[in-house]
Design a protein around this ligand. Structure first.
Ligand code: SAM
Length: 235
């Protein structure tokens, strides 16, 4: 059995400042030097971002709304949020990711429209974040942590949110568990970190414990990308 210790976060940080940064920058980018699997993941992830934007905007305009994008990666959500006028606080455990997100935001937001507020970028793991935000979003981060760590992360994120919390995670369904087991039998070249799946019931229980309930659910799947998307609100 694998020992899941406090080292998880250090391994993840190192990965996303090194080989993981190079790999995910490509997947989250626009260049065509990606393989079929990476391209599929790019498309799946873009659908997740699109769904989140829909979930958020259907409840009203985002202008002036404070949003915390925890684990912001290359800024693929922070930038469209800023374009809608949201006041975005974007943070990530990886300094390389934050620098990339900041560059992208400058390119996309500062060029033509001076009305837009640049996201506030910060290198921070989500556990160290504080303050209060109308909305907290954390996309495709929980996959790097086992459920026993994810529980604390979820409750901390909920404590930062006043009105809603949006999370995505890789669902622990039979089909996906099987796919993952097959993947483990045939490990690829880059196995620096492992992927953890989460049962929706476990995520729901973690939210319930801190007085939150799920109000919207979505599922985004492509061939190689699976994400359960949930929006939670205080009870
Ligand atoms: N949320 C972004 C998106 O959807 O475009 C990026 C997703 S990427 C798969 C996962 C990101 O989570 C990486 O940028 C990684 O550095 C970050 N991350 C991992 N563990 C974290 C933690 N404990 N606190 C903050 N960020 C973390």
């Amino acid at each position: 059995a694998e020992v899941v210790g406090g080292g998880d976060k250090e391994v993840v940080r190192e990965y996303f400042n090194g080989t993981g940064f190079q790999r995910w920058k490509k997947i989250y980018g626009e260049t065509d030097d990606v393989n079929k699997v990476q391209l599929d993941i790019r498309v799946g992830h873009a659908k997740t971002v699109e769904n989140v934007m829909k979930m958020l905007t259907e409840e009203g305009p985002l202008k002036g709304v404070t949003v915390c994008d925890a684990g912001c990666g290359t800024g693929l959500l922070s930038i469209p949020l800023a374009k809608e006028g949201a006041l975005v606080s974007a943070s990530d455990i990886s300094a390389a990711m934050v620098a990339e997100a900041q560059n992208k935001a400058r390119e996309e937001l500062q060029s033509n429209n001076t009305d837009l507020v640049m996201p506030k970028f910060e290198v921070s793991d989500l556990e160290s974040l504080n303050g209060k935000y109308d909305t907290v979003v954390c996309l495709d981060v929980l996959i790097h942590y086992p459920q026993n760590k994810a529980d604390a992360m979820i409750s901390h994120l909920a404590s930062l949110a006043e009105n809603r919390l949006i999370l995505s995670f890789a669902p622990k369904t039979f089909y996906y568990s099987l796919l993952k087991r097959i993947g483990e039998l045939f490990p690829g070249p880059s196995k620096a970190t492992r992927a953890y799946l989460h049962a929706e019931a476990d995520v729901e229980a973690a939210l319930q414990k801190v007085g939150w309930k799920i109000q919207k659910r979505g599922l985004i799947t492509t061939q190689f990308y699976f994400a359960k998307l949930i929006e939670a609100v205080p009870v």
